[in-house]
Ligand binder design. Structure first.
Ligand SMILES: C[S@@+](CC[C@H](N)C(=O)[O-])C[C@H]1O[C@@H](n2cnc3c(N)ncnc32)[C@H](O)[C@@H]1O
Length: 203
């Protein structure tokens, strides 16, 4: 399919999408917020949480939510792309997988944190297998970072795609965390292989 046809399809899809319209009305920067809200309602991920690392945060709807929900906390958001400032959120622009940025994140908190989330995804290529492999790698990298940064009762939430690396990721998560669930929010597009992994309590 030609590139301009793909983007026309995308624009039409966005126009029809109730979550896109809702996010505009409610002042959120992305429809992704409704996935996080569903996860939070079901798994209570913000209970006793004051410090959060938001990986792949742009344009920023998840961080907007954390900023609203967490009083007197510490929130750090990182993305490859520039995004508008969010009240009470420390922002970093760079590649999370580079050691320099991991180090900057560690230095900012200077102690273990309560929650690490990753909605990181690469630009979709149209090849669903390739997309799921690359997003799977980002998820694994985020999980290994979370393992070292979280306090014992910490939580890790990440996007992952159904695909070749799915079982490997879930089994690695079970080696690291006591409680591991996989969930597809209603607001996640039906035709997408996207799911979320919700992990609690380090082993
Ligand atoms: C689906 S968007 C995140 C949406 C966000 N949760 C929100 O609520 O607005 C995925 C983001 O992951 C970012 N990303 C992908 N790879 C990354 C990396 N290695 N380091 C930092 N950000 C990355 C992309 O730039 C993109 O902005």
């Amino acid at each position: 399919m030609k590139k301009n046809k793909i983007s026309k399809n995308w624009i039409n899809k966005q126009r029809r999408d109730i979550y896109v319209r809702k996010s505009k009305i409610e002042g959120y920067r992305s429809r992704a917020i409704y996935k996080l809200k569903e996860i939070d309602e079901k798994f209570k991920i913000l209970k006793e949480v004051v410090s959060v690392i938001d990986l792949g945060a742009a344009p920023g709807s998840w961080s907007q939510y954390f900023s609203q929900k967490i009083q007197n906390g510490k929130i750090l958001a990182i993305d490859l792309l520039e995004f508008e400032k969010i009240n009470k959120v420390e922002q970093l622009i760079g590649d999370f997988t580079e050691e320099t940025y991991k180090q900057k994140i560690r230095e900012y908190f200077n102690k273990k944190v309560d929650l690490v989330v990753s909605d990181m995804a690469v630009n979709t290529t149209g090849n669903k297998n390739l997309d799921s492999i690359v997003t799977g790698e980002l998820c694994m990298e985020a999980m290994s970072f979370a393992k070292n940064q979280l306090n014992h009762k910490g939580k890790f939430i990440s996007k992952l795609f159904m695909g070749t690396s799915f079982n490997e990721i879930v089994s690695e998560a079970k080696n690291i965390f006591k409680d591991v669930r996989v969930f597809k929010p209603l607001s996640s597009r039906k035709d997408s292989k996207e799911n979320f992994i919700i992990c609690k309590i380090l082993r």
